[in-house]
Design a protein around this ligand. Sequence first.
Ligand SMILES: *Cc1c(COP(=O)(O)O)cnc(C)c1O
Length: 228
Amino acid sequence: MPTIAENILFFDDKLKNTPCRLVAVTKTQPMEAIMEAYHAGHRLFGENRVQELLEKHEQLPHDIEWHLIGHLQTNKVKQIASFINTIQSVDSLKLLKEINMRAEAWNRSKPINCMFQIAIADEDTKYGMSCDEVEEILQSEEYRSMNYIRITGVMGIATNTDNEEKLRQEFRHLRDCFNRLKETFFFANPDFTEISMGMTSDYELAIAEGSTMIRVGSGIFGQRNYRK
Ligand SMILES: *Cc1c(COP(=O)(O)O)cnc(C)c1O
């Protein structure tokens, strides 16, 4: 079994000379495991639960760039607004408004980066929006008055399948949505650049379909142990 540090180096090497970055997904992983990736030079980490994110942010070095990648309840935004770099899982106008308000309240030096989570899988459609719904948000007066957030791209979670053609279709769907939003709303905006797609089982396909951010957990840290 390769070590965590070796896995980080493996991905560094793989993504070298590509526009794609690695988000190391730390859910259920102990601090020592995350520190091993940190000491290998890695700084970009993703968590999908607020409680775990808070504990890890508090205990780990503060030059880590944290991305929230799981569903975020509106009432929890205030707990992470002081330090979160990017919220990849924005799935409603209500949530976006709350993020903007909390970022303003913290008087942050930098806006909170936000990405729209697009429902691309035919399963687990509980979270994520359609590209049309995102367009509606971007056309709203409310969105236009938000000054403390920055929209940096889109994120999607593909179906859990080994059907390559299906995965490719879903990744293309996300890329098409990104291109549509880029042309319509962010043509001259250099912040809107990210397509977050691909996990341990499907990152190769995601990269081939234009991913700029793969989110890898078990492929770096090994199997998750959900029992504590
Ligand atoms: C857990 C998780 C991942 C990483 O999953 P692996 O299969 O362990 O690579 C990526 N994205 C999201 C949103 C996750 O919740």
